[in-house]
Each structure stands twice: as structure tokens, then as C-alpha cells.
Design a protein around this ligand. Structure first.
Ligand SMILES: [Zn+2]
Ligand SMILES: [Zn+2]
Length: 224
């Protein structure tokens, strides 16, 4: 069961406490327990010895990062753009993993009161709520969030999986862009007429935005 202090810490990281944030904590806790792992520390993060594989970029993924210590920045978080609330935790030593999947429909039918779902539709989906609706939703969401910390294993789908080897983050040399003069990872440099340019100067790169990975996303920056 997820401790209150961890829920609070996750809330500070994520900006708010909500059901799927806490489900990310709970799923992580279950996977860590089954693999006999604690939160990753110095040894595991430097060597990327433990990986957390998430399948969506949402509240759930933030819960996973806080609970496991596997983050986007330490390369222990792998993001599969699949669009599911699921976590697979795996260790490199034997590539044995545990996948925990959360069925949002089952959970919401059982735990989300009707007014919470309606309020969510109004405030988040249709973006039509008044400030007091948003406040009411925040309170309800926090309440349900805490309940999610105690959800039983039977209410989640938990499976043992074998994970195919995933490469360690390579370290590449940097090359200076001919146009902006900024150092850029070698693999992100394109040569035009024999000269090196960064993707920013060329105008597009792959990006993770709210809807997932978007290939050839237009660089949204203009210098003032
Ligand atoms: Zn959230
Ligand atoms: Zn450039």
C-alpha cells in the first residue's frame, strides 16, 4: 500500500494529486515488490540497471518516475508510444520483468463517483468549468487519489514478462551547428552542402507532445 508521504511527494512533482498519479505509484510498488527491487539508487541509475517501461505520457508515468526513480533524464525510463496505462519494470541482469496494466474503465466504474466523472468531463475534457468546479474536482480527485494507493493486486492485471534487451544510452560526440553555433549531438546533425546543421535550424524534429510522439514536428521557436 502506498504511503501517504510518497503520495505527497509525487503530488509536488506532478503538480497535483490525482487517481492515475497514485495508480502509477501503486503499480510501481507492486512491480518492485515482485522483482525484489527498491527505488533505484546511484548504482542502478548510473548503469541503467533497472528500467521502467511506460506506455503513455500521462499522470501515471509521473507516478512511475517518482516511485521507481527511473526518469526520462537518467535514461532508466523507456517510453513506448502505445497509449496504455501500463508499467513494465525490468532488470538488465536477467531481463525478467513484471508488467502491471491498469484498466481505467474497471477502476472508474468502481471508484469514481458519477459527479466526479461528470465534473472531469466538464473541467478537463470540455474545458468549460468555472473556478469553483475546478476546485471541487481537485478535492474529489485528491480523495480518489488516496484511495488508489490501497488498490488490491486483484484489481490490476499483473504479468511476468521476458523483456528483449534494450540498448544503454550511448554517449555521442557533439558537433557545432554551422548556423546557430550551438553544440549538438552528432546523431542529430544533418549535412547540407557538406556543412553541419542542427534540426532546430533545419526546422523540424521528432517530438513528444501531449498526444505522444510526433515525427517531424515543426520547431515552434522563433528568436525575438
Ligand atoms: Zn494528474
Ligand atoms: Zn543550429
Amino acid at each position: 500500500m502506498v504511503e501517504q508521504a510518497l503520495i505527497e511527494r509525487a503530488g509536488r512533482f506532478h503538480g497535483h494529486i490525482c487517481p492515475f498519479l497514485v495508480l502509477g505509484l501503486r503499480a510501481s510498488e507492486i512491480a518492485m515488490e515482485k522483482l525484489g527491487l527498491g527505488k533505484v539508487g546511484e548504482a542502478e541509475t548510473v548503469g541503467e540497471e533497472v528500467l521502467a517501461i511506460v506506455e503513455c505520457n500521462n499522470c501515471f508515468a509521473d507516478g512511475v518516475q517518482v516511485a521507481t526513480g527511473c526518469t526520462l533524464g537518467n535514461n532508466c525510463l523507456i517510453y513506448l508510444d502505445v497509449g496504455k496505462n501500463a508499467l513494465t519494470l525490468v532488470r538488465r541482469s536477467d531481463w525478467k520483468g513484471v508488467r502491471v496494466y491498469v484498466d481505467a474503465e474497471k477502476i472508474s466504474e468502481k471508484y469514481f463517483q458519477k459527479d466526479a466523472s461528470e465534473l472531469f468531463d466538464k473541467v478537463v475534457v470540455r474545458r468549460e468549468g468555472a473556478p469553483e468546479d475546478a476546485e471541487k474536482l481537485r478535492k474529489l480527485w485528491t480523495e480518489i487519489g488516496y484511495v488508489m494507493g490501497n488498490i488490491s493486486e486483484e484489481e490490476l492485471k499483473i504479468e511476468e514478462v521476458k523483456v528483449g534487451e534494450i540498448e544503454r544510452a550511448p554517449i555521442f560526440e557533439s558537433i557545432r551547428c554551422e548556423k546557430c553555433g550551438e553544440l549538438t549531438m552528432k546523431t542529430r546533425i544533418r549535412h547540407v552542402d557538406g556543412k553541419p546543421f542542427c534540426l532546430s535550424c533545419l526546422g523540424e524534429c521528432n517530438a513528444v507532445v501531449g498526444r505522444g510522439i510526433v515525427p517531424r514536428f515543426k520547431i515552434p521557436l522563433t528568436r525575438r
